[in-house]
Design a protein around this ligand. Structure first.
Ligand SMILES: *[C@@H]1O[C@H](CO)[C@@H](O)[C@H](O)[C@H]1NC(C)=O
Ligand SMILES: *[C@@H]1O[C@H](CO)[C@@H](O)[C@H](O)[C@H]1NC(C)=O
Ligand SMILES: *[C@@H]1O[C@H](CO)[C@@H](O)[C@H](O)[C@H]1NC(C)=O
Ligand SMILES: *[C@@H]1O[C@H](CO)[C@@H](O)[C@H](O)[C@H]1NC(C)=O
Length: 215
């Protein structure tokens, strides 16, 4: 009986870990800053909600400042996406998410003239029962446009390194989860034994992780 409880409890912990690791979590990833002429470039702007369960209204404004010019409004989201009159007009596309945590835009067919500073301003009003709470955030992206994609040796090398790192991290995470699982199940076992003195398992078994504990 106790062993079944054991299994149930440790499985719950593992399941909880899995849910935490696998559930979609909003992460404020910074945008890329290197665009290639003639291609599409997504200007990433992610503004995570601290309280996802609370209803919210989100307003967004995107500004562009050329290298030697003034800041101009290029895009607005106020209930719906709206392009403003600007040198980029006709080449901007809303690529934000439905919940407006991601409020990115994409520049289609990038030109060498698009280099400069892009800034997104996000105003979010949280509608609590008794009051409203306004949060403001701002992200800046210094866009650099190059004529062609530089597939040079160092970028290939860094890509390979990235995949190695990714593989290693995945492996490490797996080892960590298994280690936690064993540690928790062992700790639970020891506690239960000391409390009820019920499990008559020889102590060598408890020390040895590779021997599965059966009923
Ligand atoms: C850029 O985006 C447009 C519209 O989504 C698409 O039709 C086009 O194929 C894209 N171009 C490139 C180079 O990805
Ligand atoms: C956010 O609120 C401030 C102050 O009310 C206002 O000046 C600004 O234009 C707003 N920005 C957006 C993106 O709506
Ligand atoms: C992209 O822009 C260039 C110059 O502005 C233009 O010649 C070309 O036709 C455009 N390409 C597309 C796919 O819109
Ligand atoms: C870039 O800007 C210059 C000066 O404002 C203009 O003469 C030129 O036509 C622009 N080029 C493109 C591809 O929009």
């Amino acid at each position: 009986m106790a062993a079944w409880e054991n299994i149930f409890w440790t499985d719950s912990v593992l399941l909880f870990l899995m849910v935490v690791l696998c559930s979609p979590v909003c992460v404020e990833v910074p945008s890329g800053t290197d665009a290639v002429k003639g291609e599409n470039m997504t200007l990433l702007c992610i503004s995570c909600m601290k309280r996802e369960e609370v209803a919210a209204t989100t307003n967004v404004r995107w500004f562009y400042q050329p290298e030697d010019g003034q800041e101009i409004l290029i895009y607005e989201y106020d209930g719906k996406p709206l392009e403003s009159k600007s040198p980029l007009q006709g080449r901007l596309q809303w690529t934000g998410s439905k919940d407006l945590q991601d409020v990115s835009i994409t520049i289609l067919n990038v030109t060498t003239n698009d280099s400069g500073l892009f800034t997104c301003y996000v105003n979010r009003t949280l509608h609590f029962e008794a009051h409203r709470h306004l949060t403001q955030s701002k992200k800046s992206i210094t866009l650099k446009v190059t004529e062609e994609a530089g597939e040079d040796f160092t970028s290939v090398l860094s890509e390979i390194m990235m995949y190695f790192l990714l593989a290693f991290l995945t492996f490490w995470l797996l080892v960590e989860v298994v280690y936690c699982y064993r540690k928790i199940s062992k700790a639970e076992e020891v506690t239960q034994e000391s409390v009820t003195d019920y499990l008559a398992i020889p102590s060598e078994n408890k020390e040895n992780c590779s021997v599965p504990v059966e009923e």
